[in-house]
Design a protein around this ligand. Structure first.
Ligand SMILES: CC(C)(COP(=O)(O)OP(=O)(O)OC[C@H]1O[C@@H](n2cnc3c(N)ncnc32)[C@H](O)[C@@H]1OP(=O)(O)O)[C@@H](O)C(=O)NCCC(=O)NCCS
Length: 139
C-alpha cells in the first residue's frame, strides 16, 4: 500500500469534502479555505491511496504556535497509519518554520481521537476553549 502525502490543490476539494463528510466532520467552505491558503498553503495536506484522496489534515502557524485542525481519515482506510504519516509530515513542515509547539482541540467525547493523539505524544491540558464570534464585512 503506497501512501502519498502532498499539499492540497483545488482539484482535491470535492474529494476532501467527501472525506470530511464520511468522517462526520464539518466541511470547510471554499471561501474560508481560500482565505487560509493565502497564508500557509504548504500546511494543508492530503494523503492519497491508490491515486484517491483518503485523508486530510490542516495546519496553521501563527508565528508562535502551530495548530492542527480538521484531521480526518476515510473510515475505509483507518488503522493503516495514514493519520500518523500526515501528522509526521505536518510536524516536519512546522519544524522547518522553527515552530516549537503544536496545539490542537479534540471534543471530549471523541475517545478514539484522544487515543490517537495521545499515541502520538499530544497530551491533554486543563485549558478550556473560549470563543466569540465577531461581525465582519460591515462598512
Ligand atoms: C482519529 C483518526 C484520525 C485516526 O486515523 P488513522 O489513520 O486510523 O490512525 P493511525 O492508523 O495512524 O493510528 C495510529 C495509532 O493511533 C491510535 N489509534 C488510532 N485510532 C484509534 C482508535 N479508533 N482507537 C484507539 N486508538 C486508536 C493507535 O495507537 C494507532 O496505532 P495502532 O493502529 O498500531 O494501534 C481517524 O480515526 C479519524 O479520522 N477519526 C474521525 C475524525 C477525528 O476524530 N479526527 C481527530 C480528532 S481532531
Amino acid at each position: 500500500m503506497v501512501i502519498h502525502i502532498r499539499q492540497f490543490q483545488w482539484s482535491d476539494y470535492d474529494a476532501v469534502a467527501a472525506v470530511w463528510i464520511a468522517a462526520d466532520r464539518d466541511v470547510l467552505p471554499r471561501a474560508e479555505l481560500e482565505a487560509k491558503l493565502t497564508r500557509d498553503p504548504e500546511l494543508f495536506l492530503v494523503a492519497e491511496l491508490g491515486g484517491a484522496v483518503a485523508a486530510v489534515i490542516m495546519g496553521t502557524y501563527d508565528g508562535r504556535r502551530g495548530w492542527i485542525l480538521r484531521l480526518a481519515v476515510h473510515p475505509a482506510h483507518r488503522r493503516k497509519g495514514i493519520a500518523t504519516r500526515l501528522v509526521d509530515e505536518l510536524e516536519s513542515r512546522f519544524r522547518q518554520l522553527n515552530c516549537p509547539r503544536v496545539n490542537l482541540l479534540v471534543m471530549p467525547d471523541n475517545t478514539a481521537g484522544l487515543q490517537f493523539w495521545q499515541a502520538l505524544g499530544y497530551l491533554p491540558l486543563p485549558d478550556v476553549l473560549c470563543s466569540k464570534p465577531l461581525q465582519v464585512g460591515r462598512t
